[in-house]
Design a protein around this ligand. Structure first.
Ligand code: THU
Length: 160
């Protein structure tokens, strides 16, 4: 028997203001997109903005449904939109932010398991790491350099 471990490094910025200006601008686009969230059931708004290799930015937000599993996460919305609009263009970064009607969220919220898998698909499709920028309404911002860091031992087309 052998024991193995997996660890990863990520950057923590004290606040949005400390981010490089390009990242702060992308996060701001995601923050504006929170207003397009359709989340009457959870009252938990999530929005994302992706920067594409051609410089275009696409935004999306969570879109819920009375039949709960039919709802779509913000990451799923934005990845589908970006891939539909710019099918052959790699995704460089994604900024994700949240807003709850219950409390001010002061810590970054990470993508759910299915969205990690969705993000991985596009990282692998273009063979280019996607940087993930995560922010609450205020407080620290996390920057993670690859989807694989938050989805270790992943499943991909290589397993098929
Ligand atoms: N949600 C996202 O949009 N992204 C995630 O990665 C986690 C959860 C949404 C789904 C649902 O509309 C609401 O947040 C509460 O779960």
């Amino acid at each position: 028997m052998e024991e193995r471990s997996i660890s990863f490094n990520y950057k923590v910025f004290k606040s949005r203001e400390e981010l490089p200006s390009e990242d702060a601008a992308l996060l701001q686009k995601a923050t504006v997109a929170l207003e397009q969230s359709y989340s009457p059931y959870s009252n938990f708004k999530v929005a994302a903005a992706v920067l594409l290799a051609n410089g275009e930015i696409v935004t999306g937000s969570n879109q819920e449904n009375a039949a709960f599993p039919a709802g779509i996460c913000a990451e799923g919305t934005v990845l589908s939109a970006a891939s539909s609009l710019y099918a052959d263009v790699a995704i460089v970064k994604i900024a994700i932010t949240v807003k709850s009607h219950k409390r001010v969220i002061e810590t970054p919220v990470a993508p759910c398991g299915i969205c990690r898998q969705r993000l991985l698909e596009y990282e692998n499709r273009f063979n280019q790491s996607i940087q993930i920028i995560l922010a609450g309404e205020k407080g620290e911002v996390f920057v993670i350099d690859s989807v694989k860091h938050i989805l270790p031992l992943y499943f991909s087309k290589n397993n098929l």
